[in-house]
Design a protein around this ligand. Structure first.
Ligand SMILES: [Zn+2]
Length: 482
């Protein structure tokens, strides 16, 4: 069982015995999508941007590259998780302080908001839009005018563009108060937390005002969308029946679409997409098919494999504590009602504004140097799947590969002693110029990988992948000769 305490600043802390090899910490922040602006998404990104305590904009990247720690954030159904795992307790505690400072930061410069919003997030949205599933789902959501319709937590490029620095400050003041945040710990006790976490927050009483969006279409829509709003306990059952239901709807030229998450009132939508003339007949067949399948109410179990094992266990415990929606109606009965009828609305292409590079770069990173002290840097050994194909093009003679969006650069460390390699890695990773494509808002992600004879630096969804080689090699050369 977890040991629960509330710190004097209001932060709720639950600590567990160390379940595995790693120490772990996860801040759980309820961040409801109160509109489709994408404000909660932008704020999640900004937590890592900087804080009054840790001002270096590349601190996250430098830390993930050389410290024995994995730091990340993710969101799921109206919650944002900021987490870290490490085999070292002291490193983890330092990072918990760093994360908390980011959570409590209220004010951000307009330039930083712009780089994250119009640079980084715009590229992230462009990446999602490359898949047709995302396009379908988002055009359904944009057309939906039901009272309980889904708000897009991640935001659309046209709605994100409207978010101001005041909106960010108001949303953070309202939803990132320590009393609303739970810190889950594995292998660490509340009284071991850094002082930074126990400090009072600068409370303001600003509140975020939800925006109203109306999405218009300039094309004629052929298809109609018929939606039934159902209690969330049927999500798993209907998702697994989706193929069967789709087959049953084929004679009516209707497509079946099951939303895979619940909205803010714990309901989800089962949708048919097609022509109204076929609706009555299709609806009857749908009801018969669902009666036949005996779909029973089921607790939607939190299971995500994308987190480190320690974090998965902490989050599963947290969500197991949340109250259930016990209002259950028979599924076949709910489907006899008249559906909500809407049309799809097209997605706007992300607008990526290229901005001039900022000139005030930092060449050090106190978070990393204070934490690492005299230890050897620990560079990740793994590479994201997306880069595997490009990495396969590298060999003894080819040190750089790119396609239209991504790039990877191999830098050889042969000829340097182990100590020289460690010093080189530590210094170059702490120089913001290495991370400028990301902190400047010119790509979606950057990272580094350790290989036998050197390191590999990569960028994802970069607007100038072919330009990166020269600048990076110059920077590397600068540190090699120190
Ligand atoms: Zn994002």
């Amino acid at each position: 069982m977890g040991n629960q305490t509330r710190l004097s600043n209001g932060l709720n802390v639950v600590s567990f015995k160390q379940p595995a090899q790693e120490y772990g910490a996860a801040f759980v922040v309820p961040t409801p999508a109160v509109d489709s602006s994408g404000i909660a998404h932008l704020v999640e990104h900004l937590v890592f941007r900087y804080s009054d305590r840790y001002q270096q904009r590349h601190a996250l990247f430098a830390a993930n590259s050389v410290l024995p720690v994995k730091i990340n954030a993710s969101s799921h159904n109206g919650y944002s998780y900021f987490y870290a795992v490490s085999p070292s307790k002291s490193v983890l505690l330092k990072i918990v302080g760093y994360l908390y400072a980011g959570l409590q930061q209220i004010d951000y410069c307009a330039d930083d908001i712009k780089r994250e919003r119009d640079g980084v997030i715009a590229r992230e949205l462009a990446m999602y839009e490359a898949t047709s599933d995302y396009q379908t789902q988002m055009s359904i959501w944009r057309g939906d005018r039901a009272p309980d319709c889904y708000h897009h937590w991640g935001g659309y490029c046209d709605t994100l563009a409207e978010i101001s620095a005041e909106d960010v400050a108001a949303y953070k003041s309202q939803y990132y108060q320590p009393e609303l945040i739970t810190l889950l710990l594995a292998g660490v006790e509340a009284d071991e937390l850094p002082l930074l976490c126990t400090a009072k927050s600068n409370s303001t009483d600003k509140a975020y005002v939800a925006k109203e969006h109306r999405f218009f279409s300039d094309t004629l829509q052929d298809d109609y969308i018929f939606s039934w709003w159902l209690p969330e306990c049927y999500i798993d059952g209907l998702l697994s029946a989706q193929t069967r239901l789709s087959d049953a709807m084929k004679p009516f030229n209707m497509r079946v679409f099951v939303e895979d998450s619940a909205n803010h009132v714990k309901k989800f939508a089962l949708r048919l997409i097609g022509r109204p003339g076929q609706l009555m007949a299709a609806q009857q067949v749908l009801i018969d098919e669902i009666r036949h399948l005996h779909i029973v109410p089921k607790q939607h179990i939190f299971f995500e494999s994308k987190y480190p094992e320690t974090i998965n266990a902490l989050l599963a415990w947290y969500h197991g504590q949340q109250p259930l929606n016990r209002k259950v109606v028979a599924l076949s009965q709910a489907l006899t009602l008249t559906p909500v009828i809407t049309g799809a609305r097209p997605l706007k292409k992300p607008v990526i504004r290229i901005m001039e590079r900022k000139t005030d770069v930092e060449v050090s990173c106190p978070l990393v140097t204070d934490t690492l002290e005299n230890h050897a840097p620990q560079v990740p050994a793994e590479l994201p799947n997306r880069l595997t194909a490009l990495a396969a093009k590298l060999n003894d003679n080819v040190h750089f590969a790119c396609d239209l969006q991504d790039w990877i650069l191999h830098y050889s460390l042969t000829g340097l002693t182990v100590d020289q390699q460690n010093t080189f890695i530590k210094e170059v990773m702490c120089d913001e110029r290495l991370w400028l494509p990301r902190t400047g808002g010119h790509c979606y992600a950057m990272g580094v990988q350790r290989v036998d004879n050197g390191i590999r630096l990569y960028g994802v969804m970069d607007d100038e992948p072919q330009q990166r080689r020269e600048a990076m090699e110059q920077l590397f050369a600068r540190y090699r000769h120190l």
